[in-house]
Write a protein that binds this ligand. Structure first.
Ligand code: ZN
Length: 291
């Protein structure tokens, strides 16, 4: 083969690589109409070593330990700098984030995950039901999926199952498999403490129904009704002091905490509101099953 020919072949290969690379990386985030999703919100201490670092509506949580930090959820793709600034405003190092978790594999909680993983080198741990969806950037999700990723795909470092424990430093989080909203939606249960007492915290993925289709018309998720029924039942039985969720409005963050107000973990005690919301979701589920 002549040098000239070799050059031509290399050029062709590079061109193909670029072409494939581009299609594998193609990401199209759905249009966002709710400006609260990307609106900044000042980070604050919820209880002990648990902090809110998300946007006005898309909840992200930082759990700090002497061995590095755990970040749960990221908001939209363009929220990465906002989350980083929120972490730094609390006096923590963004580079110390070691573990990444998500309550569900939708773009409004995973949008900035790939960028944050790249910047911090943290390990991504995902419920087994959502692991393939995280890895393909939402393409294989039964409700929001399609031919193009709606967020940048993220390499999964550890697959989690119901009851699995995520350990970092002196922290232990229990992952609870709560499928339905996505196949691998999940909640996290753990303890934090301050000088006064310890708190049992639930970061819940509330089982809202995301599909307009009848449950019987979703071939990509034949167990959907069974999964929602399981999740509703399991979630009602949980015990906790502090209740938080994937969306700030679900646990009324804005009503419970005004920016700049002092440390007040008691404001997030929400059993009554949680039970009322679970009843409402149970009603919506039963109505949907009858469609
Ligand atoms: Zn969702």
């Amino acid at each position: 083969m002549t040098v000239k020919k070799l050059k031509r072949v290399c050029l062709l290969i590079c061109f193909l690589c670029l072409g494939f690379g581009a299609s594998a990386q193609q990401v199209l985030q759905p249009a966002i109409t709710n400006t609260d999703w990307s609106k900044p919100f000042p980070s604050f201490q919820i209880a002990g070593n648990l902090y809110y670092v998300g946007t006005y509506e898309l909840a992200c949580y930082l759990i700090t330990t002497p061995k590095g930090h755990i970040l749960i959820n990221t908001g939209l793709a363009d929220s990465a700098p906002l989350i980083k600034a929120n972490i730094e405003a609390l006096g923590f190092k963004f580079a110390d984030v070691r573990t990444l978790l998500t309550t569900q594999a939708h773009f409004d909680h995973m949008g900035a995950m790939a960028a944050i993983k790249k910047q911090t080198g943290a390990k991504m741990m995902v419920d087994y039901g959502d692991a393939p969806i995280v890895a393909d950037g939402g393409r294989s999700d039964y409700s929001t999926g399609g031919s193009i990723s709606n967020y940048a795909p993220v390499q999964v470092d550890r697959i989690l199952h119901n009851g699995d424990i995520i350990k970092l430093g002196d922290m232990q989080l229990v992952m609870l498999h709560h499928p339905g909203h996505t196949k691998g939606s999940c909640s996290f249960l753990f303890k934090v403490k301050d000088q006064k007492r310890s708190y049992r915290v639930l970061i819940a993925n509330m089982p809202t129904i995301v599909t307009d289709k009848k449950f019987s018309e979703i071939p990509g998720y034949p167990n959907i009704a069974k999964d929602y029924a399981y999740t509703l039942d399991a979630m009602k039985k949980l015990s906790f002091d502090i209740w938080l969720a994937s969306h700030a409005s679900q646990f009324d963050l804005q009503g419970k905490h005004k920016p700049g107000s002092g440390y007040n973990p008691d404001a997030f005690f929400g059993r009554k509101d949680y039970d009322a919301e679970m009843d409402d979701l149970q009603g919506k589920f039963l109505k949907k099953v009858k469609e």
